[in-house]
Write a protein that binds this ligand. Sequence first.
Ligand code: NCD
Length: 317
Amino acid sequence: MLEPLSQKPTFPHRHLLGIAGLSAQDLTFLLDLAEEAVGVSRQIEKKRTSLRGRTLINLFFEASTRTQSSFELAGKRLGADVMNMSVATSSVKKGETLLDTAMTLNAMRPDIIVVRHAKAGAVHLLANEVDCSVVNAGDGAHEHPTQALLDALTIRRNKGRIEGLVVAICGDILHSRVARSNILSLSALGARVRVIGPSTLLPAGIENMGVEVFRRMEEGLAGADIVMMLRLQRERMDGGFIPSLKEYFRFYGLDEEKLALAKPDALVMHPGPMNRGVEIASRVADGPQSRIREQVEMGVAVRMAVLEALSQHLPNG
Ligand code: NCD
């Protein structure tokens, strides 16, 4: 952001559809670029020109607060024109298909489309059809690459490294695109990743992703450097995955007592939106070990880095 990208190692991808397919070098490239964007965002003058004249469309088929607004701010800070489209007000409500919506937007010649969709794979499908770069802002329970990048950035800034850290990802692993993308990125960057959850919320074969699997918080949290809590994705559940919310909190909710099992300097993270009293106690969410607000700040920086990295593949980029 301070020197032209051409003088730096390049990012060899036209789209960002997932962490899968990115090398440790790609990840580090994005994190380093994001580090510069943190500095830019902390200045009074936050405007850069790398996306000047470009059009960014935010196409969100699922609700979002922080992801959509941070992509909007990131695009604007880099000088792009940003348009937000949410399904509630679009022709999707009138029965238009995903691809028809995409082709309609494509005809308006955007440079980058950021897409969130409830179905895994929908973003890949769209990327094959349009002419511009596509960023996955979350597709079903599949991937959410910019969340994983902002989590990695938050960890790296606080701990000075990622390699060798023990990261415990806790809760609804089954329905979580955040868990999947984080497992891929943190493993690629050398962390030891654990997942903790009740059997009903652990995907079959998750150990094949190279993680250690725990069913009890007491065991999984012991010695953890990072405790990453996940929201119960009730909108993706169609049956009785948990006995009751009260019961869930008792066994899997992060309170001060359970947090004390992790390392004394362990950091608490949560992608948001949080359900206080379900997966996390307020005292922990707002406590000294929490980095939840910092994650939000890093979200803007990481999205600036991603947009900037992709911009070199745009025509005349
Ligand atoms: C996550 C998501 O949408 O996958 N939220 C986010 O992007 N900040 C996690 C969640 O919804 O629980």
